[in-house]
Design a protein around this ligand. Structure first.
Ligand SMILES: [Zn+2]
Length: 495
């Protein structure tokens, strides 16, 4: 058996194109960057974290382990770059990745396969489909016979170009996402079997004129539960290599936004077509189930106040649905903080805000000093107005992932001000600044679902709050997608 040479790497960022703040190369290097031997070492050992501070075992760990298990494989590590979700990549950032990927692949020598872990909903200034551009750059170097596999988030924007450029696309099948490593494992498994002639990869896909549906879209709740159950059944049918459903990144002005189903079989196009149609029908059938209407900041604070026992036994988490950093928001929602200051008296609240200028202004001040600053509304003034706050400077820290941070004591509100977007997903965000979430009545998080896992121990109640921002669920009303599209238009069918 011939030894296979397989390269692997990651360029991942989820773009919210409504955010006015561009994503630069430094946003990747600050958050997650490994290359060459260091990357291989990180993904090959169960004792190391693939993405320190964020996740233990992700796609590349799954890929490396499965490739090693298959045997007679030489692994060629490229680089792994991941940034917190945010605005579109700048022209320079996309240019940088196109060049770096090309250079690394040329230096790698002849390859049998390339596996790239991507989000699938990356946007870039001056580019309609930047991930397709990256895949095109890979194809140019490796030639038509090399196999290209990619892994995508379930919220990817799957386009005709991406489908055509990749031999196979493997995506998450869970929401909140918890099958990162399994995606990488499946990509390696399909790649090795295809390259050894054990399977013939036949893929097909359908795009639905649908940007919002499926209720909460959680995989373990109806209506999506039935769809994921059927996917699991489909994958047990002999000859089926995988079936996926992509729910797209809603907050994207990309014309091609829409739900997509993608099916891979072992050389059986009729079976692939039949299952893709069935899955598309199932997705289309749940289009009318929209996410619940969310309370305002005032209503949410009132609900938290009324939840006396839950606050006593733990904490009430306010998930800032309008300014969700986990979905690319800027992280400077002043409306929610204003409400907590004005209407949350008697409740101890922890809240984050991004403001690099204020951090710089306070960094050299002495701890314990009373200061007056104007925070927020600087990066996305069209969404948030700055607010004036007065408080005591309690702490200063260099954080992992969010730049420098300062803690300002405003009385019943403890405000953590960060340089970069505060992706509050884990209690560690507050712990780093000396705050213990079990002491708080209210804790503001900037993540939609993943935080529920990390806050499980102390979270007694989750309230999703709507103010106004780039991650509002009803944003589809104003975004210009290709028409007609559900729920903007009455669309008769997906075919
Ligand atoms: Zn996602």
């Amino acid at each position: 058996m011939r030894r296979l040479r397989l390269a692997f790497g990651r360029i991942a960022q989820e773009t919210n194109s409504l955010s006015p703040v561009p994503t630069e190369v430094s946003d990747f290097t600050r958050t997650h960057w490994f290359e060459g031997a260091a990357l291989l070492k990180r993904c090959g050992s169960r004792l190391r974290k693939e993405a320190p501070g964020f996740t233990f075992n992700a796609e590349l760990s799954g890929f490396v382990r499965e490739a090693r298990r298959a045997g007679r494989v030489e692994l060629v590590p490229l680089f792994s770059a991941w940034a917190v979700p945010g605005g579109k990549l700048s022209v320079e950032a996309l240019e940088f990745f196109l060049e770096r990927l090309t250079t690394d692949l040329i230096a790698s020598g002849p390859l049998d396969g390339v596996m790239l872990s991507m989000h699938g909903a990356m946007g870039a200034e001056g580019s309609v489909d930047p991930e397709a551009e990256l895949l095109r750059a890979v194809r140019r170097v490796v030639g038509p016979d090399c196999m290209i596999a990619v892994t995508f988030d379930l919220h990817a924007l799957v386009t005709a170009d991406k489908v055509a450029l990749a031999d196979v696309i493997v995506g998450y099948q869970t929401n909140p996402h918890r099958d990162h490593a399994s995606c990488g494992r499946r990509a390696a498994n399909l790649m090795v079997r295809k390259l050894r002639g054990e399977i013939q990869l036949t893929t097909t896909w359908r795009r639905l004129p649908l940007v919002m549906g499926g209720g909460t879209t959680l995989d373990f709740l109806e209506p999506m539960r039935a769809i994921y159950k059927r996917i699991a059944e489909m994958e047990r049918i002999p000859g089926v290599l995988g079936a996926w459903t992509y729910q797209c990144q809603l907050w994207n002005d990309a014309a091609h936004a829409g739900w997509v189903v993608y099916v891979a079989t072992d050389g059986d196009p009729e079976l692939a077509d039949r299952l893709a149609d069935e899955l598309a029908d199932m997705n289309w059938a749940v289009r009318h189930q929209q996410p619940p209407t969310l309370p305002s900041a005032s209503e949410a604070i009132r609900m938290a106040r009324d939840a006396t026992w839950r606050r006593r036994l733990g904490v009430v988490c306010l998930s800032d649905a309008s300014d969700m950093v986990g979905a690319g928001a800027v992280g400077e929602n002043t409306a929610l903080i204003r409400a907590l200051i004005d209407e949350g008296r008697g409740l101890l609240s922890f809240a984050p805000i991004r403001d690099a200028e204020v951090v710089a202004q306070l960094w050299d001040q002495t701890l314990g000093k009373r200061v007056a600053v104007q925070v927020g509304g600087k990066l996305a003034p069209e969404w948030y107005a700055p607010i004036d706050v007065t408080g005591v400077l309690l702490r200063k820290r260099h954080t992992a992932g969010f730049g420098r941070a300062v803690l300002l004591d405003l009385g019943h509100v403890k405000l953590v001000i960060t340089e970069a977007a505060p992706l509050v997903m884990k209690p560690a965000f507050y712990h780093e600044l000396g705050l213990h979430i079990q002491d708080a009545d209210i804790c503001v998080v900037k993540s939609l679902f993943p935080f529920r896992l990390y806050f499980l121990l102390h979270n007694r109640m989750t309230i999703y709050v709507k103010t106004r921002g780039v991650t509002d669920f009803d944003a589809w009303r104003t975004i210009r997608y290709d028409r007609p599209v559900h729920p903007k238009d009455a669309v008769a069918g997906w075919r």
